[in-house]
Design a protein. Structure first.
Length: 80
């Protein structure tokens, strides 16, 4: 980004580090995010927050059930 800015691209920026707490991908843009079809300040929708809140306990129960099933299966296989 600094190289682009030194080359006269004053609008050069890094996208993906701060947006949505990190996107898992970093983009070095020569211009504004809008020019590339990206949202300049993306937000997680309220509906997504609600579904996450509802299903978080379900995910935890599923993980615990899987751990228990693996533990039972391991203990049965060691008896043979």
């Amino acid at each position: 980004m600094k190289e682009l800015q030194r080359a006269g691209r004053s609008a050069a920026t890094v996208y993906g580090i701060e947006e949505l707490n990190g996107l898992g991908m970093m983009y070095v843009l020569e211009d504004s995010p809008e020019k590339y079809g990206l949202i300049p300040d993306p937000r997680i929708s309220t509906a997504a927050h609600i579904w996450d809140y509802i299903f978080k306990p379900v995910r935890e129960v599923v993980v615990l059930a899987m751990v228990f099933a693996l533990w039972v299966n391991k203990s049965e296989s060691t008896r043979e």
